[in-house]
Design a binder for this molecule. Structure first.
Ligand code: NAP
Ligand code: G4F
Length: 364
């Protein structure tokens, strides 16, 4: 039975990846940080077969201990401070977790495998996945973006991810470690944190429909993203570590849409008019914006045989339907809607077990 260690197990991707690997017969360990982390209970309820181990990307000793306990064949480093706006206010901690934290875990992997600095003393034996990001392209030098597109990060988050990507490539080239950088474009789901724009919109639609909220305040509606479904993207992470040689891959759908298009489809799904509810406020405009992201994932199609299964409209429907159902469950029995909206696609994920009110308050 192959063994995998996932850092960031309490996040959106960590949970989907754990489900995927368990389904493939893996023994899965997940790293959790912090004292009495409330998300630990969510993972325990959803994924009872995952063994939880304590560790923090800010603490080198804990990483060495975690790896010793898990003895993994594959390490998926998904842990990060992942909310871009937060990275301007807390840029040092962002660099420490998302940048130097990756160096720390790579060093711990090398210590586990005995790789000491020479190519001869190879670290091959543990395969390493780094969660790189399309945010590294930032002010994109070409569109669509592919593996060879130069980076021009527009946030402390993007800059830290670029360092992490380069140090992953450097460790691969210096010590022969099987290390891959998955350059993933935005991917979403009903488990997405409520601070990200897609989930902020789907939750607001559900709450407006239930009469619990009367407006949705957003920032730049013209920003374009290549949005896919997280459940599709974790398959690509696993495929990268099954190849004969380590490499970097762009993962995305090859379609780009504006925030406004997401808003329009989400409100339409619930039979609501966005003009009545959506307001733009400078509070949510960023110091520097990534205007357009669009993936050229042809290398992943060709080498990994990877294709996404959920399209943009299917993703919007999935997220709105999940939040409408989750909000309805919180209403007193007599106030629950009797008629459900008809699905256009098959949902791939159940709603986040967290109470919608709580996540909405966090997003505000
Ligand atoms: P997420 O839901 O925000 O999850 C982030 C995870 O990192 C959480 O489990 C969090 O744990 C953990 N974490 C944060 N700081 C940590 C630390 N110091 N030590 C250990 N764990 C720590 O993010 P996601 O959407 O699943 O994304 C997964 C990874 O892919 C991230 O690295 C993100 O930057 C990257 N990425 C995401 C996207 C996307 O569109 N989703 C696209 C490209 C790249 P707590 O529960 O303790 O907070
Ligand atoms: O949903 P977002 O916050 O995601 P963003 O910044 O693209 O970052 C996500 O994707 C990256 C991959 O490209 C990941 F690396 C990163 O960890 C994260 O998962 O914002 C998307 C767009 C932005 O252009 C933003 O300006 O939506 C725009 N937006 C407009 N109004 C808003 C809002 N974003 C948020 N979060 N909240 C708003 O009210």
């Amino acid at each position: 039975m192959p063994r995998a260690l996932i850092t960031g197990i309490t996040g959106q991707d960590g949970m989907y990846l754990a489900e995927h690997l368990l389904g493939l017969g893996y023994d899965v360990s997940g790293m959790v940080r912090g004292q009495d982390n409330p998300k630990r209970r969510t993972v325990e309820a959803l994924l009872p077969d995952v063994r939880l181990v304590e560790g923090d990307l800010l603490d080198a000793t804990s990483l060495r201990t975690t790896l010793q306990h898990a003895q993994p064949d594959e390490v998926y480093n998904l842990a990060a401070m992942s909310y871009v706006p937060y990275s301007w206010g807390q840029s040092e901690v962002t660099a420490a977790i998302n940048g130097v934290g990756v160096l720390r875990i790579l060093d711990a992997v090398r210590a586990l495998t005995g790789a000491s600095g020479s190519r001869a003393n190879s670290g091959a034996g543990v395969r390493f996945y780094q969660a790189s990001s399309s945010e590294m392209f930032g002010l994109a030098q070409e569109t669509p973006q592919r593996e060879t597109t130069p980076f021009h990060p527009r946030s402390p988050y993007g800059a830290a991810k670029a360092y992490a990507h380069y140090i992953t490539v450097n460790v691969r080239e210096s010590y022969n470690l099987f290390a891959c950088g998955g350059i993933l474009f935005n991917h979403e789901s009903p488990r997405r944190g409520a601070e990200f724009v897609t989930r902020k919109i789907s939750l607001a639609v559900a709450r407006i429909k239930a009469g619990l909220q009367d407006e949705l305040v957003l920032g730049n509606l013209d920003a374009r993203r290549d949005w896919g479904f997280a459940g599709d993207y974790v398959r690509a992470m696993h495929l990268m570590l099954q190849q004969d040689a380590p490499d970097d891959f762009v993962i995305g759908t090859g379609e780009t849409h504006t925030v406004r298009e997401f808003v329009d489809l989400a409100f339409a799904r619930a039979g609501l008019d966005p003009e009545r509810y959506v307001r733009v406020d400078a509070e949510f405009i960023r110091p520097a914006e990534v205007d357009v992201l669009l993936a050229d994932a042809s290398k992943a199609h060709r080498v990994l045989g990877w294709r996404p299964q959920v399209d943009f409209a299917g993703l919007v429907d999935m997220m709105v339907d999940a939040d409408v159902a989750a909000v309805a469950r919180t209403l007193p029995a007599g106030e629950r809607p009797v008629r459900r909206t008809e699905r256009r696609t098959v949902p791939h994920a159940e709603p986040e077990p967290e109470a919608p009110e709580t996540t909405q308050e966090r997003a505000a």
